[in-house]
Design a protein around this ligand. Structure first.
Ligand SMILES: O=C(O)c1ccccc1N[C@@H]1O[C@H](COP(=O)(O)O)[C@@H](O)[C@H]1O
Length: 478
């Protein structure tokens, strides 16, 4: 097994390092270092998804990636193009890394530098600092609780932050309990190398708001990065897709733009597997299901289950398409019922489209999208009253039918609101007007139902046209 092999090899190397350079000598070198740069601050000072760009020549899962890269030149390119921190592989046998790369990179850049290695002994923490590292990686899977706490403590005394990596809910809980302030969620299972890009979605809600969350592995496209923005991570750690790129600045731009400047798109009122597939193929980010009986878009919860099961793309884990998240739309229903449906269907977000109060929103066990009616004016105090209770605010046109009428509202009002909160703009959007809406309002996301229908039925061509208009607008917003 890879992990066992690498840890065994690491321990052999470690004994040799200890013989060559006793801890006291290493500690003397540590004392000569300038203070460590603050990784936590670098990842949390701006409200955006930051990029930790990684320097690695090979990996056990992918073999040779970029054996001839110049590590310092690459790190400088990363810094010049907006990386908030640099991660450097120092493991020599499986990743072709080296301590010399780290020391040379540290001298060449001004951002924090992370030692990415398989750290199992406090000697390696001192080693990292002596080489110039500002932060280290600690992997929950190879450390017990006592070791994790001890290594965190040693790093703290040396002024370094730790990126504590989890691969499961249990490991995330261990990282939290150990007091880790920067928690990485690695989509790649270190034992099987299998990818689960949706692990971050499952783990994010477990991690307290005062911790910095880093999504790691398998981040290749703008859609991958846009998906991470939905989980409110503070950083993405990217190696492979950068080191193999022929255009590193272009790849970095695409990822940073995907995470921070693109528009999330929700298609609402879905009822069939075919339309679910169309949405996925077209790159929709959120799929909405209406659980409000008077609506012609109403769908019974069990029918949603069946439609998702029959969708070709939703069930294809190896699909090239990033899978959207599922939103259940409810109007003034009981909290217990909403929570039950959410659990049963595996909904990711709950949209509350009635008169639900902030206190009610807090009874919902999923992040809440709270719809607020925005007519010729908007009650900003009302909007702010949901600040702690709702994950996002949806602005819709006032109507007695609650929503889904295909009527627009005043986008100047919406623009003001979008400066105060992360807004999902709804109400009368369609393939023809969505570009203007996005450019004018600059919302976090857009939401459409009527505008992608013909004769009250979803229309695949209109769904594609809507999505294309949104993505084209993202490109010109760069
Ligand atoms: O679509 C419905 O029937 C509906 C019923 C009850 C609450 C909300 C509903 N739809 C929401 O309305 C907007 C879309 O509006 P439009 O049709 O594009 O004008 C969206 O938020 C839906 O979730």
């Amino acid at each position: 097994m890879f992990l066992e092999r690498i840890v065994t090899q690491t321990r052999i190397d470690l004994e040799q390092h200890k013989r060559e350079q006793p801890l006291e000598e290493l500690q003397r070198r540590v004392s000569e270092q300038t203070p460590a740069r603050d990784l936590r601050q670098a990842l949390s000072s701006r409200p955006q998804v930051n990029l930790i760009a990684e320097v690695k020549r090979a990996s056990p899962s992918k073999g040779m990636l970029a054996p001839h890269i110049d590590p310092v030149e690459l790190a400088c390119t990363y810094e010049q193009n907006g990386a908030a921190a640099i991660s450097v592989l120092t493991e020599p046998h499986f990743f072709l890394g080296s301590s010399e790369f780290l020391t040379a990179i540290k001298a060449a850049v001004n951002v924090p530098v992370l030692r990415k290695d398989f750290i199992v002994d406090e000697y390696q923490v001192y080693e990292a600092r002596a080489w110039g590292a500002d932060a280290i990686l600690l992997i929950c899977a190879i450390l017990d609780d006592a070791q994790l706490s001890h290594l965190l403590q040693v790093a703290r005394t040396l002024g370094m932050h730790c990126l504590v990596e989890a691969h499961s809910k249990e490991e995330a809980q261990r990282a939290i309990s150990a007091g880790a302030m920067i928690i990485g969620v690695n989509s790649r299972d270190l034992v099987s190398f299998k990818m689960n890009p949706y692990l971050i979605r499952d783990l994010r809600s477990l991690i307290p708001a005062d911790r910095v969350v880093v999504a790691e592995s398998g981040i290749h496209t703008a859609a991958d990065a846009r998906r991470l923005a939905r989980y409110d991570v503070q950083a993405m750690l990217v190696g492979e897709s950068l080191v193999v790129s022929n255009d590193v600045p272009g790849q970095m731009r695409m990822l940073l733009q995907g995470a921070n400047k693109s528009t999330q798109a929700k298609i609402c009122g879905l009822r069939t597997p075919e339309h679910i597939d169309t949405c996925i193929e077209a790159g929709a980010d959120l799929l909405g299901f209406i659980f409000h009986e008077p609506s012609h878009r109403y769908i019974e919860p069990r029918q949603v289950k069946a439609a998702l099961k029959d969708s070709k793309l939703y069930n294809n884990g190896a699909s090239e398409h990033a899978l959207p998240d599922l939103v259940g739309v409810f109007v003034n229903k009981e909290a217990a019922y909403i929570n039950e449906v959410a659990e049963e269907l595996g909904l990711h977000y709950i949209q509350l489209h009635g008169t639900e109060s902030p206190a009610f929103c807090q009874q919902i066990k999923r992040p809440v999208i709270k719809a607020i009616q925005a007519g010729s004016q908007i009650d900003l105090d009302l909007l702010l009253s949901y600040r702690d209770a709702a994950w996002r605010i949806l602005l819709d046109t006032p109507t007695s039918e609650w929503g889904g009428t295909g009527v627009t509202h005043d986008w100047n009002i919406a623009r003001t609101a979008a400066q105060t909160a992360q807004i999902l703009l709804a109400g009368g959007l369609n393939p023809e007007n969505v570009r203007e809406a996005v450019l004018h309002v600059k919302p976090w996301g857009v939401d459409v139902s009527s505008g992608v229908e013909t004769n009250k039925q979803k229309d695949s061509q209109k769904i594609r046209a809507f999505m294309q208009a949104v993505r084209n607008t993202d490109t010109i917003q760069e």
